[in-house]
Structure formats: structure tokens, C-alpha cells
Design a protein around this ligand. Structure first.
Ligand code: C2E
Ligand code: MG
Ligand code: MG
Ligand code: MG
Length: 282
């Protein structure tokens, strides 16, 4: 029976996590130290590119943790650990602060590059979050339009009323809202219409093999159409080869991100790329 399967599943889960939970506790202690002292966690930035013109239209901030003894630890491994505690709020605050400070540096250098920041469910649903965003924009002196927040369908659907109210408050600051990993969650058509959104970001699982998989190509094409009909910009993530980029171009997708175009890189490397792109012709 389903109940029995769930019971067994639950037992398997609890026994196998005894070890896991020790590892998580150690990681959590290390994270607490890293957030207190700084220097270990930094941001890389992955360019977002206009498929038609090839222009850099924005960057996405991606957290990187260089552990002093374990080496690099991916955000996929440490963000869930943070999210299980209130430490996530401190992390989100630090990431927003660093990303906005970098956006300010680029603005001062004459580059109006919008910066996207991934926001975890717990931060989005935190009652103070919209005011925190407002305060940081003011303190760091960045116009709201230069910030985009990426939230997942999962975040929104876990508490739609709270999420929708928060998104409205954030969007009133001029901040852009993007739905990340679109297609992997369960957002209904109704919510998609109710949400204050600017961008849909199609998950890389649909994008990656769309040049060979007709089914995924059809899903991506109809998502692009849906997004456009709702007045949204559509971005594809995870472009790893030229044929995928060509397929996206045919479909009329607006923007793309992926290793084929540019990998996540330190801020200085983005600045170099901006300087080259906007250098006066020699
Ligand atoms: P995401 O927001 O969907 O970010 C895209 C992920 O795909 C990044 O992994 C990026 O490095 C990777 N990627 C980009 N292009 C390609 C490609 O062509 N092929 C492949 N295979 N991968 C590509 P990363 O940096 O490991 O981040 C993983 C996830 O961790 C992110 O997924 C995001 O959900 C989360 N994350 C990262 N930084 C932050 C952060 O500062 N705050 C929060 N809350 N979450 C973050
Ligand atoms: Mg993202
Ligand atoms: Mg994504
Ligand atoms: Mg993704």
C-alpha cells in the first residue's frame, strides 16, 4: 500500500540521515564561521546574452564557497543547509549587499548591467524581506531597475499569498522578478497570470537536449509563446552548444545563459568583458 511504502521510505530516510545530519551540523558550523568572518564566500557572475544581438544584457550572481580545508563547495550543497536555519537570512543579506555593491561599481564605470540574485524560499517568505531590499537599494544607491530577483515556482507555490504580496512590494521598488527553473515546479496558469513577473527562465533540463529531443523543443517553444503572450521576457538557461542556441533563436527566445556563451566568472572578468564589448573601435 502507499501508506506502507511511505512508512518504509520514512524509515530509510531517518536511518540514512544520522550520518548526513552530523555532516550537515559540521557544515553548518563552518558556514556560520564563514558568514561571520567573510572571505570564504564570494559571488561569481554569469552573463545573460541577447540571442539576437549577442549583447550582454545582464549577469546572474552565483554564490561560491571556498572552504579552507574541503575546497570549493557548490551552492547546491550548502544552500539547503543554510535554508534549514535562520542563517539563510544573513546569507541572503550578504549576497544582496555584495551584488548591489558590484552593480554600483559597474554603474560608476558607465556600465548599466542589471544584476540578478537568487532568493531562497525562506528569504522570500520572510516578512522583513521587501523592506530589506528597499533599504539596501537606498543605502548602496542602486536604482531598483538594476536589480532582478530570481525565485522558483516552488518558492511561490509553497505559500502563494505571502509570496505574491512580497513580490508586489519588491516590484514596486522597480526591481525585476524572474521565475527561475521554470517548468520544474507546479505553478498553475492562474498563478502565472496573478504574479507580478518580468521574466521566465526555462530550466536547463528542457533546454539541454532540445536540439535533438522534439518533445523538449515543443515544450520550450510553447513556453516562449506563453511568456511572450503574458508580456514576459523569456530566458533559456544551460546552453552548452551552438545547435541549442540556433534552435532557441529559431523559436524566438529572447535571452540565453550557458557555458557555451559564458561561464560564471569573478566580477573583474565581467568588467574586462564589458570593457572589450564597449571599447571604442581602434
Ligand atoms: P540556478 O539559479 O538555476 O543557476 C544556474 C546554475 O547552472 C548555476 O549553478 C550555473 O553555474 C549552472 N550553469 C550555467 N550554465 C550552465 C550550463 O551551460 N550547463 C550546466 N550544466 N550548468 C550551467 P551553481 O552556481 O552551482 O548554482 C546552483 C544553484 O544554486 C542555482 O541554480 C541557485 O538555485 C542556487 N544558488 C546559487 N547561488 C545562490 C545564491 O546566492 N542564493 C541562493 N538562494 N541560491 C543560489
Ligand atoms: Mg538562477
Ligand atoms: Mg535557473
Ligand atoms: Mg536551474
Amino acid at each position: 500500500s502507499i501508506a506502507k511504502q511511505q512508512r518504509l521510505g520514512f524509515r530509510r530516510f531517518t536511518t540514512s540521515t544520522t550520518e548526513d545530519s552530523n555532516a550537515r551540523l559540521t557544515l553548518l558550523g563552518d558556514l556560520r564561521r564563514a558568514l561571520d568572518h567573510g572571505g570564504e564566500i564570494s559571488l561569481h557572475y554569469q552573463p545573460k546574452v541577447d540571442i539576437g544581438s549577442g549583447a550582454l544584457v545582464g549577469v546572474e550572481a552565483l554564490a561560491r564557497w571556498q572552504h579552507p580545508t574541503k575546497g570549493p563547495i557548490s551552492p547546491g550543497a550548502f544552500i539547503p543547509v543554510l535554508e534549514a536555519t535562520t542563517l539563510i537570512h544573513k546569507f541572503t543579506h550578504q549576497v544582496l549587499t555584495e551584488a548591489l555593491t558590484q552593480a554600483r561599481i559597474w554603474l560608476d564605470a558607465g556600465y548599466r548591467v542589471p544584476v540578478a540574485v537568487n532568493i531562497s524560499t525562506r528569504s522570500l517568505l520572510d516578512a522583513d524581506f521587501p523592506d530589506q531590499v528597499a533599504a539596501l537599494l537606498r543605502e548602496i544607491n542602486v536604482p531598483g531597475e538594476r536589480l532582478c530577483i530570481e525565485v522558483t515556482e516552488y518558492s511561490i507555490m509553497s505559500d502563494p499569498n505571502t509570496a505574491i504580496e512580497a513580490l508586489h512590494r519588491i516590484r514596486r521598488l522597480g526591481v525585476k522578478i524572474s521565475v527561475d527553473d521554470y517548468g520544474t515546479g507546479y505553478s498553475s496558469m492562474t498563478y502565472l497570470r496573478l504574479l507580478p513577473l518580468d521574466e521566465l527562465k526555462i530550466d536547463r533540463s528542457f533546454v539541454q537536449d532540445m536540439s535533438t529531443d522534439r518533445g523538449n523543443r515543443a515544450l520550450v517553444a510553447s513556453t516562449v509563446e506563453l511568456g511572450h503572450n503574458l508580456g514576459l521576457t523569456v530566458v533559456a538557461e544551460g546552453i552548452e552548444d551552438a545547435s541549442t542556441l540556433a534552435a532557441l533563436s529559431e523559436i524566438g527566445c529572447d535571452f540565453a545563459q550557458g557555458f557555451h556563451l559564458a561561464r560564471p566568472m569573478p566580477a573583474d572578468a565581467v568588467t574586462d568583458a564589458l570593457r572589450r564589448a564597449y571599447a571604442p573601435a581602434a
